[in-house]
Design a protein around this ligand. Structure first.
Ligand SMILES: [Zn+2]
Length: 671
């Protein structure tokens, strides 16, 4: 989608309204970035998606004199937390609590400031959250908008679980892409488990029985009203198309509950007493938003019918159905809840050409790039804003980031700031010149127009800042009005680069956070220290501590590429436990060896899965130490340099007992 489809109305750009000093209506906002699943940390893909966007908007509103609160929560009942629990052998609550804490750290490192980011499992929230989940469903039921449907799902007696949600894989019934759970990331459609083509259990259970369960669905009785509301929100056509396609295909019904035990119980399962029917996690998004609303200061609930709080949610395009059909549809059905005013969506963010992936560890974690490298949080935020997947898929390219940092932020911006600071004579500061003030007002107007919904254009908004920095290279400004040059940079940079902005603002003795209200006052500046350098020159090596192996290993391989060096296939990763890379022994469509081989790594303290097979196998321990259990009885300590042999059909498993990765090469063959 082209940004040209979202023109800013000319009168919004060129309206030279005097924004300083004129009384403003103080508006109230509640901004909700979609609740992330606490099955991993937050990476730059999450940040470049909903989080940074909501933080930028909140800072813009607050700077402009409005009240804006960012609130969200960890979506603990999303079934992917169960998979993480299964893989790590940790209780699901431990998984949720641990990753919740890490998510909080990632948000804070990226300076995404939430008034509340809560954990629904925490004692103070648990009852409220569970009650709200039930209350939302009760409201929809009372409105006569709930229908009960029987549906067929797969059940594994050996694992005692329904193969739905995180446990289900297969192909999307709509576009035939690989898909699982209830949603297709490729086409954005939501589906029912029974529609999935070639269904199978992700964890390999084969004793699958088809059973019949009851689930509850929201019946959207007035789809035209929903569509009209969505159109009024001014969203991109693609969202509307997905919603219309879904409603037509699924007879205007949106899932409210699903079979399973982990979640807020809705009603007893008729088929098995000990398995429950729980509130569908996507349906819980509205309830979690309502809990956020309950925390809004001032006692007014943003989702009550008469509320004047403007509510905005932000999420990835793959969540179109849950938010547009589920959340909005439920609000409209009850007539008791004020629907969201705006939705802001984003496309997928990739890391150097392939999707950010928590399970493959193909990710840069938010706190790592800020805390483990010289990169400034402002530089990361600036890059993510400039390179944002707001209208189409985008990539985080490491070299691109480095180049933007070194050329614009260090050479242009930081030098300009230092020049201004150098020429600043605190005793001689005069009121801002009329022409500079006029120009600044126009810049602020344009910036706000670019950042406010529904037609938010993050990347375009930076053109305002960039041209402002360019304007300041005029020596009539930096030599004669260095104070105003610096203060205007602080003001314009605040939404995207809060750290630098706040430091400048404070260095100029201005109180609080950068704001329109505090701009024109001239405070006595104490210029006894030099300003900190806000941006450092970066090299690729500087960033290595935060880069995943998926990037750094690819780099070394391509540098030393030779015919006699064999490639590895795509790794199979069990996050935090082990990684297996099979050696590619096919050359020109021909198998070059009578055996197969792989290299696998087991993380410290972790264990490989129990393996048993007909083929014979040898292991060559290349690094680390461990304990092999052979045939269920024999325990053999091993360390680097050891070679092991396993007979046909004898089980084997290794635990890493050392402090480093245990790396083993394996070859196997048939007699
Ligand atoms: Zn699909």
């Amino acid at each position: 989608m082209n940004t040209a489809e979202y023109p800013i109305e000319p009168d919004k750009i060129f309206c030279f309204m005097r924004i300083f000093g004129s009384p403003q209506v103080r508006r109230k906002y509640l901004l909700i970035p979609a609740m992330p699943t606490p099955n991993g940390r937050l990476h730059l893909g999450h940040m470049g998606g909903p989080f940074l966007k909501m933080d930028i908007l909140a800072r813009l509103y607050r700077r402009n004199g409005h009240q804006a609160e960012v609130m969200s929560a960890s979506d603990v009942y999303e079934s992917y937390t169960l998979m993480k629990s299964f893989r790590t052998h940790l209780p699901v609550k431990t998984v949720c609590n641990d990753f919740h804490e890490l998510i909080v750290k990632d948000l804070s490192a990226m300076m995404v400031e939430c008034s509340h980011y809560f954990n629904p499992l925490e004692e103070t929230f648990r009852t409220t959250v569970d009650d709200t989940y039930r209350d939302t469903l009760e409201k929809i039921t009372a409105a006569g908008a709930v229908v009960k449907r029987t549906e067929k799902v797969l059940y594994s007696p050996s694992a005692d679980k329904y193969i739905v949600g995180t446990w289900l894989k297969g192909k999307c019934p709509h576009c035939h892409s690989d898909a699982g759970s209830y949603l297709c990331e490729a086409c954005g459609m939501q589906f029912n488990p029974e529609d999935v083509l070639e269904p199978a259990a992700v964890t390999g259970e084969t004793d699958l029985e088809e059973v019949t369960v009851d689930s509850f669905f929201l019946k959207i009785t007035q789809p035209e009203a929903l569509i009209a509301h969505i159109q009024k929100m001014g969203v991109p056509d693609i969202n509307l198309e997905i919603v219309q396609r879904y409603l037509t295909h699924y007879n205007n019904e949106v899932r409210l509950t699903n079979p399973g035990k982990w979640g807020v119980k809705w009603q007893d399962d008729i088929w098995r007493g000990e398995n429950y029917n729980v509130v569908f996690p996507y349906s819980g998004l509205l309830s979690l938003s309502r809990v956020c609303g309950g925390l809004y200061p001032g006692g007014q609930h943003p989702f009550s019918k008469d509320s004047d709080v403007i509510t905005i949610a932000s999420f990835g395009i793959d969540s179109t159905i849950p938010w547009f059909a589920g959340v909005l549809g439920s609000c409209l059905a009850t007539d008791e809840l004020k629907p969201f005013d705006y939705f802001l969506t984003n496309h997928f963010y990739r890391l150097e050409g392939s999707k950010f992936s928590t399970s493959r560890l193909h990710a840069i974690w938010a706190a790592d790039i800020v805390n483990k490298t010289k990169a400034s949080v402002d530089a990361v935020r600036y890059y993510l804003t400039k390179n944002n997947p707001e209208f189409e898929e985008k990539d985080f390219f490491v070299q691109d980031f480095i180049s933007l940092n070194n050329h614009f932020l260090v050479e242009r911006l930081n030098n300009q700031i230092e020049k201004c600071w150098h020429y600043l004579e605190p005793a001689e500061v005069q009121p801002i010149s009329d022409s500079l003030l006029r120009a600044l007002e126009a810049a602020l107007e344009t910036q706000s127009a670019y950042l406010e919904p529904p037609r938010q254009q993050l990347a375009e908004s930076l053109t305002v800042f960039d041209s402002w920095v360019k304007r300041l290279t005029d020596k009539n400004i930096w030599k004669q009005q260095p104070y105003w040059a610096l203060k205007s940079i602080a003001l314009l940079a605040y939404p995207v680069m809060p750290k630098m902005s706040q430091a400048l603002w404070t260095a100029l003795s201005a109180a609080g956070a950068p704001s329109l209200e505090g701009f024109l006052a001239i405070e006595p500046v104490v210029k006894n220290a030099s300003l900190p350098r806000f941006f450092e020159v970066l090299t690729y090596e500087d960033l290595l501590p935060c880069l995943p192996a998926t990037l750094t290993q690819a780099t070394t391989q391509s540098q030393t590429s030779s015919k006699i060096l064999l490639d590895f296939m795509e790794p199979e990763v069990e996050a935090g436990i082990m990684e297996v890379r099979e050696v590619n022994l096919i050359n020109n469509d021909e198998r070059i060896a009578p055996f197969k081989a792989s290299r696998f790594e087991v993380y410290p303290g972790q264990q490989s899965p129990l393996d048993i097979h007909e083929v014979r196998e040898c292991w060559f321990v290349s690094q680390g130490k461990g304990e092999v259990i052979y045939n269920g009885t024999e325990v053999v300590p091993v360390s680097s340099g050891d070679v092991l042999y396993f007979e046909s059909n004898q089980s084997h498993q290794v635990t890493n007992t050392g402090e480093d990765q245990l790396i083993i090469f394996s070859v196997w063959w048939k007699e």
